[in-house]
Every structure is written in C-alpha cells, then in structure tokens.
Design a protein around this ligand. Structure first.
Ligand code: ADP
Ligand code: MG
Length: 493
C-alpha cells in the first residue's frame, strides 16, 4: 500500500471561484451508537423499534434520587474502538454534565465527557478511488448519553415524547480538520463505518440514526490559515454528507467573493432542496455549564485490561487488505472492494482457499456482487454459496467447462441451486476437448462459408470469427483453445 499522504502534501482538490481557487476544509464529529444490550448508565434495553417508552428505567426517565451506574460493556466497546482507530487510550477519564433544557432530555443535562475523554488522538487511513491514500487524524472519542425523541406530528396541539433512546450509549468520534473535499469526507465516513462494523462496536446503520455526522466546513485560499467554519448538524447519509459539503463550500465562497464574512453558525441540511440553512448563530450558542458529574467516580481502567482487548481485536480492514494483496496477488482496488464488508471478505476467502486468488476475486466481484447488487441481496443471503462458486471455478480450472458455459452454470445454480458438478454431468454441459467433434464442427463451418475462407488468408484477424462460429456450432461447449489451434492448422495460417 502507498504511504498515507498528510494534508499539506496531498494533491489539491481546489474549487474554482469567480476570483480564483479555493480549498475546502472539513472536520467531522460522528455520533455512533454503541453496540450493547443495555444503556450507558442503566439496565434498560437498547433494542430498536419497541413500543414508545417501553425501554425506560427510572434512571433514563430521571426520577429523583436515581443513580447512574456505568455499563462496563460500553466502556469495553469504546476502548476497542479507540484501539481500532490506533488511538491513545486514557486510563483515567471523567464524566461531566452538559446542561441544557429540552423536552426529550428529562435529566436537564446530558452525561458526556468533556475535558478528559476515554480515548485521545488516533488516525484513520482512507483509500481514495484514484489510488491516493490519505490520513485523517482523530482528535478524541468520548462516551455520552443519547437523548429521547419528541414527536410532533401525532396530535394537532400536543407533542409526545419517546424515551426509548434516552440514555443509550453513543461514541462521539471527533476528527481533525484533515479532509479537503466532499469525496474525502464521504470516503472517511465509509471507512470509519467499516472499521466500527468489523469491531462490532456500532452497526453503522445510518437509516436508523445509529451513525450520524456533524459536518464542519470552512473554505480558504490555498496556503492561507483556516477560515471560519459552519457546522452542519446531524446528517444521516453518506450521500447527503457529500451534497451538504458541496453546497456549503459554494455558499461560503460566494459570500467571501462578494466581500462578505462567514458567521460561525450551526446549520441544517435539507435533503429535498439540497441546501443548508441557518439553525442558530454562535451568539445564540448554549453555555452548557459543564461540570464533573458528582454521581460518577472518575472512570479508571488498567493497562493490562487494555492490552487484553488489543490482543483480541479482529483483523481490521487495512491489515486484511494488505494480506489479500500479498497472499492472493489481488490488485489494491479488488482487495479494497472485498474488505469493505467483513462478510464479503470471509466469503471471498472461503472461495479462494486452495484456488487461484485472482480468479476467485473476479468471480466474487464481477459475477456474484454484480448479481447481488442488481437483485438487492446482501452477501449474507446470497443464493450461491462459497462452496458452490468454488466448485464452478474448479470445473473451469480442470477444463471440464468453458468460461462461457460457467456463466450459464452460475445462472442455473443461482436460480435452482444444486451441486454444480452434478448439473454439468446431468445436462451435458461438459466442454468438448475431443478433437474429432471439434473438427466435425470446423468442417461444417468451412463448407458453409467459402467466401470467408478466401478472406482469412489476407486477413488473419478473421480467425476470431471462425472460432466464434465453431463455438456456436458446438453450443458453446468446444474448448476455445483447441478450436483455435485446429482452425489455424486447417486454414493454414
Ligand atoms: P468545538 O470545541 O467548538 O466543538 P472543535 O475544535 O472541537 O470545536 O472542533 C469541532 C470540529 O470542527 C472538529 O471535527 C474539527 O476538526 C472541526 N474544525 C475545527 N476547525 C475547523 C475549520 N476551520 N474548518 C473545518 N472544520 C473545522
Ligand atoms: Mg467539539
């Protein structure tokens, strides 16, 4: 793999304005819901989609006198995530109260980590489609509670509140302002999501709001100091993140080129209009009056515990990709496609075991993924199993079927299932390597096309046409190599 390129040396992706070039600068705060059975400070279930207010303990409802108790599993998951982000794990961290009023926040404050987060600086490497590898710094990761949900559209004059999500553990993962284009920002979120899913610390389901991004955007002339940023809150799809950045960068450039200045403000992205609009300015920003939560002791973990978690991390996408390139001779692009989901990587390895890696990758990526995508299937419910695909590849490898017939066979296995070898046997799909049968087909073709036989002497590229005809005459079953050789001899070229 290429060495990651830090932002200053990176190839610049500039935006053309009316008065010259601009560079966009992006930093992100990602909220990722921790995968755990219970909430951060209570035993209530984190299950999605329950009846409103059915997963609410007295702690989550902020009944007077209730005391939060830290959920060790959430701490474990946060540390594992920190390790996956190659970050510093802080053996001592503290929980603070972030005070604000909102109907879906019964405590009147959110328990979060302010000055001492559980995870410090780390980094994520991101492979861009053009082959460049960039590095995005992680500033910190801290644990905090999610809020409940206000529901305004069920009654003409009243609002309701659902506290099921209240108190669910979130990891806020703050990046450094290291991204320089919407493409880089999208690729960063995709990579972060992949890492979290490999670790099993967040399911990354953006549709359910389990992963959402606050996107900070500023623009500057290349080489100038950072400009004033705007923060676009709660963007919940990778595509919208890209659109919001494109729009916001253009908006800021327009203001600056007209001689204006950017107000630091919080904005919202409207996916229908494709625009960002102001939510509140910095002057209206809250003073959260953070202070250490007196109900919670500082959180202390020992190094041996962290080391133990580090030893037991799964192989992560960067390492898996490097191994696929080294062990199976895959291109970085193919390896990248295969490791994007752990289930895809596992499927590929099951197919590639004891077979040619490149052939296995071709079949998995081009035939299988292509087909799965068209039909809206995930790899988990692929109608063709790794064993079946492996058997098809073996049949080609040993010369029993041609590549063309293999595609027909794949189609049969996809729709009807079954053992590929038996299907070939039963349906007479075997490749014809018997020269007698191929020669008979050649005789036929030559007899039917005397004109082409004349032309091929002057134009040897016509040989391909003859091979095609022989394949057709044998129903695609002639060994193309043999047909090619025999035709050359017969046509004397
Ligand atoms: P705050 O303390 O106000 O939340 P931070 O320094 O924590 O601000 O930054 C919040 C996020 O904004 C981080 O992800 C950071 O990378 C990003 N950020 C900071 N400055 C800029 C800037 N000039 N342009 C774009 N993003 C920025
Ligand atoms: Mg911040």
């Amino acid at each position: 793999m290429n060495a990651p390129v830090p932002p200053p040396q990176r190839s610049r992706k500039l935006i053309k304005g009316a008065t010259g070039d601009w560079e966009v600068v992006i930093g992100m705060e990602i909220h990722a819901q921790v995968t755990s059975q219970a909430k951060l400070f209570s035993g209530a279930s984190t299950e999605f989609g329950g009846e409103p207010n059915s997963h609410v303990s007295f702690v989550d409802a902020a009944m007077p006198g209730m005391l939060p108790v830290i959920n060790e599993e959430c701490v474990r998951q946060a540390i594992r995530t920190g390790l996956g982000l190659r970050a510093k794990i802080n053996l001592k961290s503290t929980f603070d109260r972030k005070n604000y009023f909102y109907p879906d926040l019964p405590q009147g404050y959110q328990i979060s980590q302010y000055k001492s987060p559980i995870v410090g600086e780390g980094e994520v490497t991101v492979d861009m489609p053009d082959g460049e590898t960039i590095r995005v710094g992680i500033e910190r990761l801290h644990l905090e509670q999610d809020a409940g949900k206000s529901i305004h559209d069920l009654h003409p004059s009243m609002s309701f509140v659902d506290l099921n999500r209240s108190g669910v553990a979130l990891m806020e993962i703050v990046s450094k302002p290291d991204m320089r284009s919407a493409e880089e920002a999208k690729a960063y979120v995709a990579k972060l999501r992949t890492i979290l899913r490999y670790l099993g610390t967040c399911d990354g389901d953006m549709e359910k709001g389990n992963l959402r991004a606050d996107v900070n955007v500023s623009v500057r002339r290349p080489g100038e100091p950072f400009g004033t940023r705007c923060e676009i809150k709660n963007v919940n799809s990778i595509r919208f993140i890209g659109q919001a950045i494109e729009y916001e960068a253009r908006r800021q450039i327009g203001i600056l080129e007209d001689g204006g200045t950017i107000d630091q403000e919080t904005r919202l992205f409207d996916p229908v209009k494709g625009e960002t609009r102001s939510m509140r300015s910095k002057e209206e920003a809250h003073d959260y009056r953070y202070f250490p939560d007196p109900d919670l002791l500082p959180l202390e973990v020992d190094q041996a515990y962290v080391d133990e978690l580090a030893r037991n991390l799964p192989e992560l996408p960067d390492a898996k990709k490097a191994r696929f390139i080294a062990d199976y001779g895959l291109s970085p692009y193919d390896a990248g496609v295969l490791v994007a989901e752990r289930a895809s990587a596992d499927f590929f390895e099951a197919v590639a075991k004891g077979r040619d890696g490149k052939t296995a990758a071709n079949w998995v990526i081009n035939e299988l993924f292509g087909r799965l995508n068209r039909e809206g299937h995930g790899i988990e419910d692929s109608p063709v199993s790794a064993d079946q695909l492996g058997a098809i590849i073996d049949l080609i490898g040993e010369g029993t079927i041609s590549g063309k017939i293999a595609k027909d066979l794949f189609e049969i296995v996809w729709t009807e299932g079954g053992n590929p070898r038996e299907i070939v046997e039963k349906r007479g799909m075997k490749q014809v390597t018997d020269t007698g049968a191929i020669e008979a087909a050649i005789d036929q073709v030559i007899a039917a096309h005397p004109d082409k036989v004349e032309q091929v002497k002057a134009k040897p590229t016509l040989l391909g046409w003859f091979v095609g005809q022989v394949m057709k005459a044998t129903g695609g079953k002639a060994n193309p190599q043999a047909a090619n050789e025999l035709l050359k001899a017969r046509l004397d070229i």
